[in-house]
Design a protein around this ligand. Sequence first.
Ligand code: FES
Length: 128
Amino acid sequence: MTDEENLYEPVCDSNQIEVGKEAVFTVNSRKVLVVRSLEGDLFAVEDNCPHANTNISGGRFRNGFYACPHHGARFELSTGKSMTNLSTKPLICFDIKEENGKIEILVPKKEKVVFRPGGAPPGFGPPM
Ligand code: FES
């Protein structure tokens, strides 16, 4: 990853996400859910619930946890850690900061998975 790809992207003014509110932005072709907790802390996570690979926005949050609106899986907002057995995978978290009245997030581009013949387990590669 180059330094150019590793820059914070301003997404909105600070006052556009009030306490207890959320918003979804697209950065580097990824949907990012930004949440401002009741304590005023900001969190940024990929808008994707790993339970069924669908959006997680529109859920409920309190005490540092976010509950998916679909089946109720709960995740810790600061780490992405799954708190229920509905998902073994965590949420993907991004760095977020608030400076000069702007909310900025650092979202790396999603790396493409490249198929490498010979690197796949037996039965999953090209026919020999
Ligand atoms: S899709 Fe989120 S809990 Fe099922």
